[in-house]
Design a protein around this ligand. Sequence first.
Ligand code: SF4
Length: 96
Amino acid sequence: MREHTVDEPDDKGWQDYANCLGVDPDLFFPERGASTREAKEVCRGCVVRMDCLEYALTNGEKFGIWGGMSERERRRIRRQRALARNAGLEVKPVTA
Ligand code: SF4
């Protein structure tokens, strides 16, 4: 469902394994205040959830559900990472 570039023509990207392939994209971009439960439910069983979340964090995706997290939840992670960087701590990618 998400835009993705691959290095090799036969190299499958993480998006090819997304649980949300074929799912209505509107589900992942709910109106303000609308429930995110259904989208997060799709993400819960997704084998590339961490790749998706890391992609959204790295690219500063401001809208929608990525990796099972809302904008607010991702903002919190970015803030924690910024604090850790400022404190000179190692910032590790999110893990399952
Ligand atoms: S984590 Fe969610 S939004 Fe990301 S690829 Fe998987 S199902 Fe799609």
